[in-house]
Design a protein around this ligand. Structure first.
Ligand code: HEC
Length: 162
């Protein structure tokens, strides 16, 4: 008799455990999650860290620098070189009349600008602004494409075609 009681207790215990494990039949299914359009754009992959710590302008493209350079050009150069760089009291800097190849490469052109321009106030712009002006002139004269990277290193290898 004692044995039967033990078996019964075990059966009841098992039933209880089983009852707990199975979900209650009355449980209502959860409503499907509503998709809320988020205002935050999905995170884009972070740029890979480079070995050299970036300077203020490194990592920029010709197009990005040229956009800034155009504003500097309008402010400081247009009155002598024309609104399209076609020339005026100062030489032509953009287009077929421009003769920038006399500076051999981009570094030579940058030095010319840094040391003599704007006429009357040479060296009055920041190093970044001179680089932006350089990018603007190189892009406008089709020496470099907008998506090419540009920083102050390696300028000597950018040849100015005739
Ligand atoms: C007050 C007038 C004046 C302003 C402002 C001026 N320039 Fe000039 N620029 C000249 C004159 C004049 C020349 C020709 C004489 C010379 O090369 O120094 C010249 C020559 C140049 C040349 C050489 C062109 C060549 O064919 O050799 C470059 C490059 C140049 N300027 C860039 C600039 C830039 C960039 C700015 C704006 C930051 C600027 N200049 C502002 C008057 C000016």
């Amino acid at each position: 008799m004692r044995h039967v009681k033990l078996v019964l207790i075990c059966v009841v215990a098992l039933l209880l455990i089983a009852g707990c494990a199975t979900p209650a039949p009355t449980a209502t299914p959860l409503p499907p999650p509503t998709v809320v359009p988020s205002a935050v754009p999905p995170k884009t992959a972070l740029p890979q860290p480079t070995a050299v710590p970036p300077t203020k302008t490194s990592g920029s493209t010709v197009g990005q620098l040229a956009n800034l350079g155009q504003a500097v050009f309008t402010r400081s150069c247009v009155r002598c070189h024309g609104d399209k760089g076609q020339g005026g009291s100062g030489s032509a800097l953009i287009g077929t009349q421009a003769q920038l190849s006399r500076y051999t490469n981009a570094l030579g052109l940058l030095d010319k600008m840094r040391t003599t321009m704007p006429r009357g106030a040479p060296g009055s712009l920041s190093a970044e602004e001179y680089l932006q002006l350089l990018a603007f002139l190189l892009q406008q004269n089709n020496v470099l494409q907008a998506n090419a990277p540009l920083d102050s290193s390696g300028l000597a290898s950018i040849v100015l075609p005739k």
